[in-house]
Ligand binder design. Structure first.
Ligand SMILES: O=c1ccn([C@H]2C[C@H](O)[C@@H](COP(=O)(O)OP(=O)(O)OP(=O)(O)O)O2)c(=O)[nH]1
Ligand SMILES: [Mg+2]
Length: 152
């Protein structure tokens, strides 16, 4: 397993929360915990959304991004997902990592302090060097898409 150093800082409102951790040896995502106040859990009503704090600031190395992805268990059991999935953390972002959650389930969902609400996947990035042309190369697919190869 390759790894890359990522600096992480815990903000005051997350200082007592454990750092994100990979839950298994080959896990791709670091689980992110909700840094909501212990005495004020966040309640997401059906179709309700919230920008959930993690209490974390990260500094990714140049050439990497971090993706904020849903946890499948919360999605399947409760309809909780990341509204902008996959969220993008840029390598030059130094603000708090936050998770825009939405409740697509039928019941209100309570998010307690320390609950693992999403996962962070660090990935390499390439930036495109755009070269404007008057004609693009032809291919067998051409402009076919959106189900052009059969049922979708
Ligand atoms: O789920 C997310 C998505 C983004 N961010 C932070 C890190 C990212 O670097 C920054 C900007 O995100 P994005 O580019 O997706 O948002 P934008 O609406 O384009 O804002 P900006 O104009 O600041 O780029 O917000 C998060 O904390 N969580
Ligand atoms: Mg942006």
């Amino acid at each position: 397993m390759r790894d890359v150093k990522v600096d992480v800082k815990r903000l005051a409102h997350g200082a007592d929360l454990a750092l994100p951790a990979y839950q298994t040896a080959e896990a791709a995502g670091l689980d992110l915990a909700a840094a909501v106040p212990a005495d004020a859990p966040l309640v997401l009503a059906p179709l309700g959304r919230a920008l959930v704090p993690t209490g974390l600031v990260i500094a990714l190395p140049s050439g990497y991004e971090a993706q904020v992805r849903p946890r499948s268990g919360l999605a399947v059991k409760h309809g909780i997902t990341v509204l902008n999935a996959p969220g993008t953390i840029d390598a030059d972002y130094r603000g708090e990592v936050k998770v825009p959650l939405i409740n697509l389930g039928a019941e209100p969902f309570e998010i307690r302090r320390g609950e693992r609400i999403a996962q962070l996947v660090v990935a390499p990035v390439v930036q495109a060097r755009l070269v404007e042309v008057s004609e693009v190369t032809d291919t067998a697919r051409g402009s076919g898409g959106f189900g052009s190869t059969g049922r979708s």
